[in-house]
Design a protein around this ligand. Structure first.
Ligand SMILES: Nc1nc2c(ncn2[C@@H]2O[C@H](COP(=O)(O)OP(=O)(O)OP(=O)(O)O)[C@@H](O)[C@H]2O)c(=O)[nH]1
Ligand SMILES: [Mg+2]
Length: 717
């Protein structure tokens, strides 16, 4: 199995190996279980959760079915093929360009009518479609009886009921999909009747296209021209036929391996597009409105024929819960209590496993040192292997892993329950005060995992201004690297006050996001925030066992990968900087020299050169803060015992120094990979530089206020 998110936008190309396979595209509305199905088929680990808009890029994987290798593409969710946001464009382009041998259209069985709107659009583009009727377990619980045969007859393509989360119906689904892909099963997709006026215009436009020697999906393109779909119309006017799913017959005859915009055709196409727009606008009602209405009418007819309610509709639980959880007043104490509970469980629960892991790594380091000494290994081999590699990675794994697993299990349970979109909904009002919108909160919550995930998830925000503000402020959220190391530092430095201190740090990071958002919206990004349209999904019962197992598997893997790929080499380099020349006093090592060099930078907050240098060392990966501090404070000889480092800090730092350091550490700069993600998402040097400057200035301002306040309150003792 292979799985990797593909870059976008990019032309859809297939390797010769992929050419030999069959390709299945998974399309559908947001939050209907596409990624759950993708994971079940390929064994991948795509992000799933109960809110719309999680998948923002194409993800690809493969699996074998009866000896046939199958290539599957998980697409972002989209409500229609009139794509508006970047991730909807990715989904639309994949379907429009006919890159799949068969499209599995996943529909939510509890919400068929709305889902069929997309289905009918997909059927206008391709007849190689199979419908996966997902969430059948929920439909049954709601008392919905679906006559699958009637639906299949009405749509003209196979309809297979499934429960993706439990893997039910998948064999039948893939059998049907492969039969359609290989032409063993014929389909006769239903056609929407758009009424006399529109149908007549469509026929006319199709004929005109034919007269120009153009074929392909002429009816679909004619519809898009009548609707005046911005992207398709622009591509059409420019003569970019392949982007519109069209071909020139001449190109077909002579072969046209690299379709390029057809300049000589462009004037004819422009005239045709003008005519289509005039026709569309002259209709009563407007063609755009009528097209949508006719589709919904057909969807409604199909659903009435196939679905029967055995008991009255009741979304009692969701409604009842929402009355409290989205209440103007009550939602606030509940959200805060939930947050406090999650942090309390994390801090309390992480203590023991963290200690146990630290003891384990200390034992490993001690034993390895003894073995190497017995073997008369040179000092640098012992030092690099034990003090650098084992102790460095050990410190990262023992401080990061337990809090991360506990925090993310709690977080994933809330996510599966459907709580996250409610948080975004509640916070929309607050975000409007600072000139933004509720979807920024989803970016923030994703950033708790990793700032990069947060930055990428900003694609769900249609409004460009709000998206950029979300990207620039995402690094202010405490990612899991800082969180794990932060918990350990806070426990050691603040003892009994660890929980309130940790909560205050989380609060400060949220405050930092609000402040930076406000300032950006008052300066660089003046203008109205975009509308907040986010569907609140029904609450779903989380699958406890699977969530715990999934988090454990993903987080252990993630921590190990980071420890080996980033933390270990960085710690090794830092160790070398503190140990050459061999036997020299600490002041004469490169680290001693660097400490003196950066010392002035920390003066505004009375932070030592050692503390500042340790922060600089954490730029590749924030989680290496403890080994970094050990090295900059010249404790390399006792590195084999990470507790010594922490005890040393607890004894030498006063409350204010410790708190100031923690605030700055939590906020100060994005790590290098996050900066790279900002570049990838914005493709602009200006925004990438601002992605560094904004968090830094915000962190510096907040740390200064905290430090001055602490001095005034006499906490510097
Ligand atoms: N009860 C039930 N829940 C399901 C089923 N399939 C998926 N889910 C849940 O539905 C939610 C959405 O699933 P995803 O796979 O993330 O949906 P998606 O279509 O990929 O969503 P986007 O990427 O946001 O468009 C998750 O909480 C799943 O656990 C199912 O068959 N039954
Ligand atoms: Mg998905």
């Amino acid at each position: 199995m292979t799985c990797h998110p593909a870059q976008s936008p990019q032309p859809i190309t297939r390797s010769p190996h992929q050419e030999a396979m069959l390709t299945i595209a998974l399309a559908g509305n947001p939050n209907v279980g596409k990624s759950t199905l993708f994971n079940a088929l390929t064994g991948s680990r795509q992000h799933t959760g109960n809110w719309p808009g999680k998948t923002v890029e194409r993800a690809e994987g493969t699996f074998f079915f009866n000896g046939q290798e199958v290539h599957v593409v998980d697409l972002p969710g989209t409500y229609s093929l009139a794509a508006q946001s970047p991730e909807e464009v990715i989904a639309r382009d994949f379907i429009v360009q006919g890159s799949a041998d068969v499209v599995i259209d996943i529909v939510d069985a509890t919400n068929l009518e709305r889902n069929l709107n997309l289905t009918l659009q997909v059927l206008e583009l391709t007849d190689r479609v199979v419908i996966a009727l997902n969430l059948m377990d929920e439909a049954e619980r709601e008392g919905l009886q679906i006559d699958v045969e009637a639906l299949e007859e009405g749509l003209g393509v196979p309809v297979i009921p499934i429960v993706a989360r439990e893997g039910k119906g998948l064999t039948e689904l893939i059998q049907a999909a492969l039969a359609v892909a290989q032409g063993r099963r014929e389909t006769h997709p239903v056609r929407v009747d758009y009424g006399l006026a529109i149908e007549r215009s469509l026929t006319l436009l199709e004929q005109e296209l034919q007269a120009l020697g153009i074929n392909g999906h002429a009816r679909w393109v004619a519809l898009k021209l009548l609707e005046d779909d911005p992207e398709i119309t622009t591509a059409f006017r420019a003569g970019d036929l392949s982007a519109c799913c069209l071909r020139r017959e001449r190109d077909l005859l002579f072969g046209n391996p690299t379709p390029v915009p057809n300049v000589e055709l462009a004037p004819h196409l422009n005239a045709l597009a003008d005519r289509a727009r005039t026709m569309g606008e002259a209709m009563q009602p407007d063609a755009k409105v009528e097209i949508v209405r006719r589709r919904y009418e057909l969807a409604d007819r199909l659903v009435r024929r196939a679905v029967r309610r055995t008991r009255p509709a009741h979304h009692v639980l969701t409604e009842r819960l929402d009355r409290i959880l989205t209440h103007k007043v009550w939602s606030w104490p509940i959200m805060l209590a939930m947050l406090a509970l999650v942090f309390w469980i994390t801090i309390e629960g992480a203590n023991i496993p963290s200690d146990m892991l630290a003891v384990g790594f200390d034992w490993l380091a001690h034993t390895t040192r003894q073995v190497l000494t017995a073997l008369n290994a040179p000092w640098w081999v012992t030092g690099a292997l034990v003090d650098g590699l084992i102790v460095g990675t050990g410190a990262v794994i023992s401080v990061m892993l337990p809090p991360m697993v506990i925090f993310f299990t709690a977080f994933a349970l809330l996510e599966d329950l459907g709580f996250l979109p409610r948080v975004a909904f509640n916070l929309d009002r607050v975000m409007r005060v600072v000139g933004s919108q509720g979807k920024q909160c989803l970016v923030c919550t994703m950033s708790y995992g990793c700032n990069i995930t947060g930055i990428m998830s900003a694609r769900i925000i249609d409004n460009e201004k709000d998206r950029l503000v979300s990207i620039l402020t995402a690094p202010l959220i405490i990612c899991n690297g800082r969180f794990g190391a932060g918990v350990v530092l806070v426990i050691i430095l603040f003892g009994d006050q660890a929980l309130p201190v940790m909560l205050s740090l989380v609060g400060l990071s949220l405050l930092a996001v609000f402040l930076a958002t406000f300032v950006l919206n008052q300066t660089l990004f003046r203008g109205e925030p975009g509308g907040f349209v986010l569907e609140l999904p029904p609450y779903r019962r989380p699958q406890w066992g699977r969530v715990i197992w999934r988090t454990l598997r993903d987080k252990v893997g993630h921590t190990m990968m980071r420890a080996v790929q980033i933390a270990a080499p960085t710690v090794l380099i830092i160790w070398l900087l503190g140990n050459i020349p061999h036997g020299a006093p600490f002041e004469q090592t490169p680290i001693g020299w660097l400490v003196r060099l950066v010392e002035p930078l920390g003066r505004p907050w009375n932070l030592s050169g050692e503390a500042i240098l340790a922060l600089i060392f954490t730029l590749p990966a924030k989680e290496i803060v403890v080994p970094s501090l050990a090295m900059t404070y010249g404790l390399q000889s006792s590195l084999a015992d990470s507790q010594t480092v922490l005890d040393y800090l607890a004894a030498h730092w006063n409350f204010l120094t410790a708190y100031t350091f923690m605030v700055f550490y939590m906020l100060y700069l994005p790590c290098l990979v996050t900066t790279w993600a900002t570049w990838k998402e914005t493709r602009s040097l200006k925004w990438t530089v601002l992605g560094i400057v904004v968090p830094f200035l915000t962190a510096a301002s907040i740390t200064t206020v905290i430090y001055r306040l602490g001095l005034a309150l006499g906490l510097a003792t």
